[in-house]
Ligand binder design. Structure first.
Ligand code: F6P
Length: 333
């Protein structure tokens, strides 16, 4: 009998959870995990509030009906948390005992780097295999071109940028718009490029504020009237308010405003791209568990499913696309 069929016989019940910051498309991924598991004859236990719910024994069987009518919703029906208790051995032992009582033999962990780290340690100590699926708006995970929720977050930011552009134009103002992304600039680069921003400030780019100042010195000769500058929250020069103050002290004649978009970027209906990505990766994660893989995460690279070890995903930093960065410089010249 092949190893694949042996594992099919051995594994009867898996768990699924969402952990870390939520992202639009997590529900579509949960749905895909439950439906793909059912297709392969597996039962699924839904674990609430990530590792914290595992410790506090908040878990129940999820059947195909339980995931009906959720593909279109943001947030996560399983809720999410960043668990401090799971950082201790005692917490992880409690989590293991609870999983054992529920007959859970493998896990699909939807989240980011912190989730992969926790799941990796858990396997080392207690032997529960797991596969990660990249759920974060930040797109900051190595081994996948896109994370679940990124496309929706970019479109939400873009919608806000378009609206701010209207009022910036009416009043001839310079707007600094801060977007999320933790210490990565993916949301800023994509929303800034799509929103026709005149400047984009990213943590990955050195001296970008100085370049912006030079750009405006030239611009005042050209007398353009309003401007949109998109700032990544992790920008090394500081947050949008501090950057706007600095800018204003150099260009006191400009009417400057700041808008911090914040958690609006974490919610809302997932885009078609995010639903398709979440569905693809939920199914791929189940397939990986069934194939006997553990400590790996699923992603897509060049439109194909890609498998990366937790170690590689955790220890490598994904770079921004230099082609998009150059394009943004050319078009905002
Ligand atoms: O990782 C997702 C994210 O929204 C980041 O972009 C942001 O820095 C952080 O989470 C905010 O975390 P919290 O919701 O805990 O304030």
């Amino acid at each position: 009998m092949s190893a694949f069929f042996l594992l099919l016989l051995l594994m009867k019940r898996i768990g699924v959870m969402t952990s870390g910051g939520d992202s639009p498309g997590m529900n579509a991924c949960i749905r895909a995990v439950v439906r793909a598991a059912a297709y392969n004859g597996l039962e699924v236990v839904g674990i609430k509030r990530g590792f914290q719910g595992m410790i506090e024994n908040e878990m129940n069987l999820l059947n195909v009906k339980d995931v009906a009518n959720i593909i279109q919703y943001g947030g996560t029906i399983l809720k999410s948390a960043r668990s401090k208790d799971f950082m201790s051995y005692d917490g992880r032992k409690k989590a293991f005992d609870n999983l054992k009582n529920h007959g859970v033999e493998g896990l699909v962990c939807i989240g980011g780097n912190g989730t992969y780290t926790g799941a990796g340690i858990f396997y080392k100590e207690f032997g529960i295999p797991s596969v990660g699926a990249p759920g974060t708006i930040d797109n900051d995970l190595y081994g996948t071109d896109y994370t679940i929720g990124f496309d929706t977050a970019v479109n939400t930011a873009l919608d806000a940028i378009d609206k701010i552009r209207d009022t910036a134009d009416s009043h001839n103002r310079v707007f600094f718009i801060e977007v999320m992304g933790r210490d990565s600039g993916f949301i800023a680069l994509n929303s800034g490029l799509a929103g026709g921003a005149e400047g984009i400030l990213l943590p990955e780019i050195m001296n970008d504020f100085d370049d912006l100042i030079k750009h405006f010195e030239n611009k005042s000769k050209r007398k353009k009237e309003f401007s949109i500058i998109v700032v990544a929250e992790g920008e090394t020069e500081g947050h949008a308010f501090a950057i706007a103050d600095k800018f204003n002290s150099q260009f006191p004649d400009n009417d400057v405003r700041v808008s911090v978009l914040g958690h609006i970027q974490r919610g809302g209906k997932p885009t078609a791209n995010d639903r398709i990505l979440a569905s693809t990766l939920g199914n791929a994660a189940v397939e990986q568990l069934l194939a006997g893989n553990t400590n790996v995460c699923v992603g897509v690279v060049n439109h194909k499913v890609n498998i990366t070890s937790y170690d590689d995903a955790i220890h490598n930093r994904k770079s921004i696309d230099p082609m998009l960065w150059n394009l943004s410089k050319i078009l905002s010249h």
